[in-house]
Write a protein of this length. Structure first.
Length: 413
């Protein structure tokens, strides 16, 4: 996770985004108004905090960061800053759901928001940034799915047509979907109910109903993505699960996977959100990438474990000499090296075994050399040699730089 965070921090700095921190909990109204009351995230997945008797406001843990960031934009007068205001965050989000592989109640998102630019060039810039994150994180391949869901000009007519279509199938709708039909028919398009998949195949498509302004914007996004060489698949069924979206929406899957569960990121434009939360009409676009899922697909977890393995473990022939071992390990750490002292009083053989199991590259063996030097054992290469006590830091630094071959090569010389 730390490695993914470092990649996110480096990328967003290069693209000109500034870090923002918002509270882990907000007034429920921010989520209800921003994300929409008739959404899974608010209806089913919000962790609501038990109200205290003296408090009028209701609070909930943040299920996503965009509503809170837009709230902060309004509250802190960010419309007076040069636009767009480009903000980024990495942090935990909370959604109540049945925990399962890749779906957690607390999960981490890398989030990016550009508020105050109507696009379409910035849409492409943001999508390319998401793309680059996956590349740098080592995701083997992605499928980027792209759509436009129109705006308040063209969506009402589409929604009317969609509602009529679902009314024709009302007898086949699962209970929750039937209840939502009149309140938010768009939600039926991304329903997780298996029965809905069949009904949705024939449903009218939003991209056949875009007004000229939205169609032009969508053409612009695609032209910019083409200019950048970013590949995408058009996905007219992609409406996303949050109500604030307008025009551009996108979702990213590991190559070859499409299930909602597998999405490693998603985002889109939200040109009405800032106004909805009490600000001036202000366009915005952003994305959120699920870092837990990115870890799952990259197996970076293994790489990260390696990174925490010590470069050297300090052991000694005298099982009782823990102070000597601690002193040497402390010197190595002070020099910036990853070192562990074996603080047990077990025999040397056992200390060495533990060092190997730990994934350590070297064992620094004290008190085993009659001439007073320190034995440096390369546990990976199986080589060993004597190093003068004063040279230990220098030798290990060099070995760390030349990585896995450092001492092996030196020992041969
Ligand atoms: P979202 O699609 O709800 O969008 O979530 C973004 C990503 O968070 C998902 O693609 C997935 O990788 C990850 N994710 C969501 N729920 C879970 C979970 N329960 N367990 C693990 N990972 C999960 C948003 O949240 C929007 N705020 C994105 C956005 C930013 N749109 C504009 N700006």
């Amino acid at each position: 996770m730390a490695r993914l965070e470092a990649i996110a921090a480096d990328l967003t700095r290069r693209y000109g985004y500034r870090p923002i921190e918002t509270p882990l909990f907000e007034q429920v109204a921010v989520f209800e108004r921003g994300i929409g009351e008739v959404t899974d995230v608010v209806e089913k997945e919000l962790f609501r905090l038990a109200p205290r008797s003296e408090e009028k406001e209701a609070w909930a843990l943040r299920p996503e960061p965009t509503a809170g960031i837009a709230r902060a934009y309004v509250q802190h007068g960010m419309q007076t800053l040069p636009q767009p205001v480009k903000l980024t965050m990495v942090g935990p989000m909370f959604r109540y759901d049945r925990p399962q592989a890749g779906r957690y109640r607390q999960f981490w998102q890398f989030d990016v928001e550009a508020i105050g630019d109507a696009g379409p060039a910035i849409d492409a810039e943001i999508i390319e940034l998401a793309n680059r994150f996956y590349t740098e994180a080592g995701v083997p391949g992605i499928d980027l799915r792209l759509n436009s869901i129109g705006d308040p000009q063209c969506r009402p007519a589409y929604i009317a047509e969609l509602t009529a279509y679902y009314r024709d199938h009302v007898a086949d709708l699962p209970p929750l979907e039937r209840a939502r039909l009149e309140r938010n028919p768009l939600r039926l398009l991304d329903s997780k109910e298996p029965r809905m998949a069949v009904i949705n195949v024939e449903a009218p498509k939003i991209t056949d109903h875009l007004c000229t302004a939205c169609a032009d914007h969508f053409d612009g996004v695609r032209a910019h993505l083409d200019a950048l060489g970013v590949a995408y698949t058009l996905a007219p069924e992609l409406v996303r699960g949050l109500d604030y979206y307008t025009r551009t929406t996108f979702e990213i899957f590991p190559a070859g996977e499409t299930g909602q569960q597998a999405a490693i990121g998603g985002g889109g434009r939200y040109d009405g959100l800032v106004e909805l939360l009490g600000g001036h009409p202000t366009p915005g676009i952003g994305f959120g990438l699920g870092l837990d899922r990115v870890l799952l697909v990259t197996r970076l977890a293994e790489g990260a474990a390696d990174e925490t393995a010590p470069l050297a473990v300090v052991v000694s022939a005298d099982p009782a000499a823990t102070a000597d071992r601690l002193v040497v390990a402390t010197e190595l750490r002070a020099a910036g090296l990853r070192a562990r002292a074996d603080l047990s009083t077990r025999k040397l053989g056992r200390q060495l075994e533990a060092a190997s199991r730990d994934g350590a590259h070297f064992a620094v063996i004290l008190g085993a050399d009659a001439a007073g030097g320190t034995q440096l054992k390369d546990l990976k290469a199986g080589t060993q040699r004597v190093v003068a006590a004063g040279d230990l830091v220098k030798e290990l630094e060099r070995a760390a730089r030349t990585h896995h071959h450092g001492l092996g090569e030196a020992a041969k010389r």
